[in-house]
Each structure stands twice: as structure tokens, then as C-alpha cells.
Design a protein around this ligand. Structure first.
Ligand code: SAH
Length: 283
């Protein structure tokens, strides 16, 4: 694991946003500073990415002064004092507890989801993931037998669906082969490997099937150009749960959905600076 300490004259949530965008698995916010954990693989590229993002925020006047970034490699055996202590169990109602293998569930829940923090996004401690886990928990018995998870990352949403809707079949994809590998491992650890069909790729590769429910925790600039594909792949009256949208992008997303005119936006849920949009396909 690579630990990065990032300080700048701005809100810590802007800094943690920068780190998550660059691929951090977790961030701890302090005043005007964050400590973020990155997978060691591709560390150099990740840090370049953080630096580039900082440079554009500086250019846009969002950061003042010169941000400072320092990194250190954390050995696995330092875990008791290091990054592992940050990955705590995450509760979603009484339905899910997402936890790393070394933690215990603090209170009884319907399903535990065990996720080892590795390269893929989706350890449960990001608001965008939490918003969709909450929707899954609320849907409960209304969860359909078939679902699609686009940008599955660690596989967390597909796993949650498969656990909460026994006998379901979830198709899950990611353009990142490392994520697909992680998702496969996590599906097996959680006993739902048979319920989840994974592939490396994205919506254009899906031809035949129409899905009554689609999860898409992707950023808005990725979602927008894919709207026609989303439409093609959603069953009649099917729904899509979009997440990964910043609150300040709400109007932009609303406009994209309105321009398309084929979607009914029926709910927005919020956590921190993030929103999730539930939309229904108009027939
Ligand atoms: N579903 C997980 C992970 C979300 S992170 C969760 O909710 O926590 C978003 C993931 O989408 C990343 O793993 C990224 O590799 C993947 N991704 C980005 N663009 C994509 C695209 N066009 N099609 C499919 N996956 C994509």
C-alpha cells in the first residue's frame, strides 16, 4: 500500500475527492489535509495523476498556495498502526455490513459483504457506493431476478444484489481487467460467484438482453455519452440507479436526461457532496 499525505489551503473534502478520482482506496480527512491509501501497483502513475489534478485545481483558483504531497510505502506487517485501521465495517441499515476480512460485524445485519481492499474501487467507504447499497437495501423484496452492474470495481454492488435477492443472476462488467479479477475473487469469498457473470468491457459489448435494473456508479462525464446504450439495455419500465455524480453536477445531469427525453428522474438521494439519481425508462 502507498500512503500519500496531501495538504493544501482548501477543504479536506476537495483533497479526498482528488485522491479518490486518482484511484485511492480510502482517505482519512484532517483539517486542510488528507491521508490517502493507494494500491502500490502503478504508484508512479497514480501520483502523477494526483499532481495533475492538483495543478488544474490551482489553475482554476480552487486551491491557494502550493499544495504539498508526500508519499511513503507501507509494509503489510505495519497494518496495526497503518492503513488497515482505516477500513472499518460500514453499516447500511440493518441489511448490509461491508467489512474487510480482519474486522467483525458490530451489530447483527442480514448480510455481511467481505471486501479485501485491493486495487479496485468499492470498499464501501465511499459515499457513492453507500448511496447505491442503501437503494439495494430499500428495494429488498422488489429486487428483480436480473440486474446489470456497470463499472463493478470490487464487485460490491453485484455481490450485495446477489446476496439480498437469492437465486438472482447479475451481469457485471468493468473496463479495468484488474477490477474484474478483484470482483471475481470477492464474489467467491462472499459465496455468490455462481450468481455473477463478469466480463471485461462495457455496455456496447452487451447485445441481446434487457435488464429491469441497472447499477451505474460512474462519473457523469462517463454516463452522459453512454445514455443511448443505457436506454437500449434497460427493459420496459426498467430502472437505472446512477451514482458518482457530484451535487454541483445535478443540473448538468438533469439537462442530459431531459435532452434525451426518454427518462423519468424519480428520486435523488444525497450523502456528503455526492448524489445518486434513480431514473425510470419511459416507454
Ligand atoms: N461499482 C463499484 C465501483 C465504482 S468505481 C462501487 O459502486 O463502489 C467505477 C468503476 O467503473 C471503476 O472500476 C472503473 O474502472 C469503471 N469504469 C469506468 N468507465 C467505465 C465504462 N465506460 N464502462 C464500464 N466500466 C467503467
Amino acid at each position: 500500500m502507498l500512503s500519500a499525505r496531501l495538504a493544501a489551503d482548501t477543504d479536506a473534502d476537495i483533497l479526498s475527492h482528488v485522491c479518490f478520482e486518482a484511484g485511492a482506496l480510502g482517505c482519512e480527512e484532517r483539517e486542510s489535509m488528507v491521508i490517502a491509501w493507494f494500491p502500490l501497483q502503478n504508484a508512479r502513475t497514480l501520483i502523477q495523476d494526483v499532481n495533475q489534478r492538483l495543478a488544474s485545481l490551482l489553475a482554476a483558483g480552487i486551491l491557494q498556495g502550493t499544495p504539498s504531497l508526500s508519499t511513503s510505502v507501507i509494509e503489510e506487517q505495519d497494518w496495526h498502526s497503518g492503513w488497515r485501521r482505516f477500513f472499518k465495517p460500514i453499516l447500511v441499515d440493518r441489511v448490509f455490513c461491508v467489512r474487510p476480512p480482519w474486522e467483525k460485524t458490530p451489530e447483527p445485519v442480514a448480510h455481511e459483504i467481505i471486501i479485501e481492499p485491493k486495487q479496485a474501487f468499492g470498499t464501501g467507504n465511499h459515499a457513492t457506493t453507500w448511496l447505491l447499497l442503501k437503494k439495494i437495501a430499500e428495494l429488498g423484496a422488489a429486487l428483480p431476478e436480473r440486474a446489470l452492474d456497470v463499472g463493478t470495481g470490487s464487485g460490491i454492488l453485484a455481490i450485495a444484489h446477489a446476496l439480498y435477492r437469492p437465486g438472482s443472476r447479475v451481469t457485471a462488467c468493468d473496463i479495468d481487467p484488474v477490477a474484474v479479477e478483484n470482483a471475481q475473487e470477492n464474489a467467491a469469498v462472499n459465496g455468490v460467484a455462481e450468481n455473477i457473470a463478469l466480463f471485461t468491457g462495457s455496455l456496447p459489448a452487451l447485445k441481446q438482453e434487457r435488464f429491469p435494473l441497472i447499477y451505474a456508479n460512474l462519473q457523469s462525464h462517463i454516463i452522459e455519452p453512454l445514455l443511448p446504450d443505457f436506454y437500449r439495455l434497460t427493459a420496459e419500465n426498467g430502472i437505472i440507479l446512477f451514482s458518482g455524480i457530484l451535487a454541483e453536477e445535478e443540473d448538468k445531469m438533469r439537462r442530459a436526461l431531459d435532452d434525451d427525453a426518454r427518462w423519468e428522474l424519480y428520486e435523488i438521494t444525497r450523502r456528503d457532496e455526492w448524489i445518486a439519481m434513480s431514473v425510470r425508462k419511459r416507454v
